[in-house]
Ligand binder design. Structure first.
Ligand code: TXA
Ligand code: MG
Length: 316
């Protein structure tokens, strides 16, 4: 049985206030939201996603003014980033208020905080009047959802409601930044480019995680994984007869014999490619293919986040 779907943020806010689990549209990907102050509701997020307890949740706020509810302080560089990019696809890792439960932060002394830009998500935050803890609304390790249908397919029988806000315009998760004194580190590349961040606060470090020590908890080498095997190659090979292969490409290539081809941006625009990325992967994964070939993105702007997601999708 599948849950109810609505387009009314007031209904979504009411379910959140009553301790329910609601999938919410954000500009990056759909989140699985619950009242961050309600321990039982937060615990249900982990259960619904089959998410391990070591992987902390991002807390969403209506505006920068709400930050002292969840963080004890905000370093100068973090404040400048918040003022420049909120509401938007930026998560700041800040020292947490004791009121934020260890379940939300996986016992860390810090909390990930974001003010999202999507109008429906903002309406829910205003109407619910509580911070909303929300990871991406997919089963743990699986493809992130950028439409209400993606959420329904993975979690429809485990949650109370989906708020349908249409396809997510950015399409990749937020960029996570940790500021320690004067040092700024990008823990996860995402919908806000490193170049844009550097314009506001100068050069940033890029955390290089390994499989046993990820850059941020929960950032495992294998993630965003479709069921069909994916291989990343610079030039798509011709496909031999008798097999069904799919191609995920940034811009058009000469490609022969592919059963399904997903081209993310005909004119090579990374923003357009990001907005199409997860939906294209979901379609390829449902096309009954033996194998998916993917071409890499240029390693700048949103291309960095897309290459990161692609590598994790290709790792098993
Ligand atoms: O765009 C997004 O960020 C979406 C939407 C829903 O806001 N959310 C999202 O959440 O991508 P999730 O749970 O899929 O990824 C959150 C990641 C965690 O896996 C962890 O790596 C990092 O955020 N994180 C959260 N709190 C942290 C903390 N205190 N320190 C370091 N990393 C943290
Ligand atoms: Mg996620």
């Amino acid at each position: 049985m599948s849950c109810q779907i609505t387009t009314d943020p007031a209904i979504a806010a009411e379910v959140i206030r009553r301790g329910g689990l609601v999938a919410l549209p954000t500009e990056t990907v759909y989140g699985l939201g619950a009242n961050a102050w309600d321990g039982e509701a937060v615990a249900r997020i982990f259960a619904a996603k089959e998410r391990p307890a070591f992987d902390p949740l991002i807390v969403h706020l209506p505006d920068i003014g709400a930050i002292n509810q969840v963080a004890t302080s905000i370093p100068a560089k973090a404040l400048r980033l918040a003022e420049a990019f909120w509401p938007g696809p930026l998560t700041l890792v800040l020292p947490k208020q004791p009121a934020v439960s260890d379940l939300v932060t996986s016992g860390l002394p810090t909390v990930g905080v974001r003010v999202p830009r999507h109008p429906l998500m903002r309406a829910v935050l205003e109407l619910a009047g509580v911070p909303i803890a929300a990871p991406s609304a997919n089963r743990f390790g699986r493809l992130s959802p950028t439409t209400a249908e993606h959420v329904r397919d993975q979690l429809g029988d485990r949650i109370d409601l989906i708020l349908d806000g249409g396809p997510c315009p950015v399409g990749v998760e937020s960029t996570i930044v940790f500021i320690d004194g004067d040092a700024a580190t990008v823990l996860r590349p995402g919908g806000l480019s490193n170049e844009a961040i550097a314009e506001i606060i100068g050069p940033v470090d890029i955390a290089t995680g390994s499989s046993d020590r990820p850059a941020a908890p929960g950032m495992l080498a294998s993630h965003y994984a479709p069921h069909t095997p994916i291989e990343i190659v610079n030039t798509p090979p011709a496909v031999r007869r008798g097999v069904r292969w799919g191609l995920l490409q940034f811009t058009p290539n000469n490609a022969d014999g592919y059963a399904v081809i997903e081209t993310l941006s005909v004119h090579g625009r990374l923003e357009e490619a990001a907005a199409n990325f997860f939906a294209a992967l979901h379609r390829l994964d449902h096309a009954g293919l033996d194998h998916i070939i993917a071409t890499p993105f240029p390693e700048h702007g949103l291309g960095r986040a897309l290459n990161d997601r692609l590598r994790r999708a290709a790792t098993r």
